[in-house]
Design a protein around this ligand. Structure first.
Ligand code: RIB
Length: 332
């Protein structure tokens, strides 16, 4: 595929002249314009956003760094980010870091080299040195969901702690007498806050014991293993609150394998509100995050930062909603 250098060579001009022509960001005489036009046509050159960026103009592109693209929560988030970005004429580059710190740091340098206009981090590994580097590169950024709270940056997140409390309240109201919790990785702030919401809601009950809290991995297999461990420890539990929907799906699978009826014997509540919860059997009760609103808001905030219309960093904490379904509907 022809590059901007091939076009410059064929047209007999510098790369900077090509960039000025592409970005309409400076004088190019008529003859030169014609030469460049002919060269672009002859080479079938597609001006890359980087070519336009060489003139130091906005590439109208920003990146969304996600920790786990295989978890449906993140594609639903990315959908909203991209919807809003495209209405403002921005392109979104999706980066999947698998939650690997080195990969995320590497992305910052790669994206800088592509003249990216801004970055949305949906990960929790941002360190102060990364924040300082982004500032030195003059790259605006916003954090989303798993954001570190000790960094100076704007953050869009859900009220995870209230969501933990809401899950327990619903399970108690559905007649539960002993509630177990499968929590996500504790280096992730949302998982930690949901655990806090659960624990502060149940620790006053005489049936509560710390052994009712089992760690999962925010995935289906982790939910299966944690449920098996919960039932082994407490065969008499009649309710499980899982810290995200994939672990709740794992809980449904494990309980089915063990011949335990849901909701008849054990009720199950998840967290996130991903579309998958509508197709499980039984359909899954969940604490829904405002996924679309989070993605739309973070996109708008970053664009305003890129355009310089907002400066101040702010925490935007959005409410979560209980969506009651079959998995917590005890008969009778
Ligand atoms: O299911 C993925 C989880 O990771 C969600 O709960 C979301 O909050 C993210 O942190």
């Amino acid at each position: 595929m022809a590059t901007i250098r091939d076009v410059a060579k064929l047209a007999g001009v510098s790369v900077a002249t090509i960039s000025r022509y592409l970005n309409k960001s400076g004088y190019v005489n008529a003859d030169t314009e014609l030469n460049i036009k002919h060269a672009i046509e002859k080479l079938n050159y597609l001006p890359s956003v980087v070519a336009r960026g060489l003139a130091g103009k906005s590439t109208k592109t920003f990146a969304l760094i996600l920790p786990d693209i295989s978890n449906p929560f993140f594609p639903e988030l990315a959908r909203a980010v991209e919807d809003v970005a495209s209405t403002y004429g921005f392109t979104v580059i999706l980066c999947n870091s698998d939650g690997q710190i080195g990969k995320e740091k590497n992305y910052i340098d790669i994206l800088k080299s592509k003249n990216i206009d801004g970055i949305i981090f949906a990960s929790n590994t941002l360190g102060q040195e990364d924040v300082d580097k982004l500032a030195s590169f003059n790259i605006p950024f916003v954090c989303l969901d798993r954001a570190p709270t000790d960094k100076s940056c704007s953050v869009v997140r859900s009220n995870n702690r209230e969501g933990g409390r809401l899950a327990v309240k619903h399970l108690l109201e559905s007649g539960s007498k002993k509630i177990g919790h499968i929590y996500g990785p504790q280096d992730l702030i949302p998982a930690k806050e949901r655990l806090i919401g659960y624990e502060e809601s149940v620790r006053g009950f005489d049936w509560f014991s710390p052994s009712l809290m089992v760690q999962g991995d925010f995935g289906i297999s982790g939910g299966i293993k944690a449920t098996e461990e919960l039932i082994r420890r407490h065969p008499d539990i009649d309710a499980i609150f899982a810290g995200n929907d994939l672990m709740a799906v794992g809980a449904l699978k494990a309980l089915h394998r063990m011949g335990i009826q849901v909701p008849g014997q054990v009720v199950v509540c998840g967290f996130d509100g991903i579309n998958m919860t509508e197709i499980t059997e039984p359909e899954l009760t969940t604490i829904a995050q405002p996924i679309y609103d989070m993605g739309a808001l973070v996109s708008r905030i970053l664009i305003k930062k890129i355009e310089g219309t907002i400066e101040a960093d702010q925490i935007y904490e959005l409410d979560v909603t209980l969506i009651p379904r079959e998995s917590t509907k005890r008969s009778g």
